[in-house]
Write a protein that binds this ligand. Sequence first.
Ligand code: TYC
Length: 100
Amino acid sequence: MSDFDLKPKIKQQTKVQKPKLYKVILLNDDYTPREFVVLILKAEFRLDLAQAEVVMLTAHQKGACVVSVYPKDVAETKATRAIDAAGQLGYPLQFAVEPE
Ligand code: TYC
């Protein structure tokens, strides 16, 4: 008998579903100060200053910009927290959450 088992083995294949990701999208408005948008992007979405400025300016110029992608619950929580923080200061800042 050989040392090698040449019989093909039936492999148990477990399908692992990748969690669906959702984009958090920053929306432009005419009232929220640019500095506050940058602050929120750093504090809630953990962007560094350079990233936050690019995202803010892109939304300012184009109307919207993807901030990042997350699992659904994380995306919704971050967007809600950011909208609430802006609202508390009277700013109309909005974020949208969309499937990637
Ligand atoms: N447009 C705002 C202004 O001129 C700044 C701003 C940028 C607001 C991006 C929202 O998503 C935004 N003060």
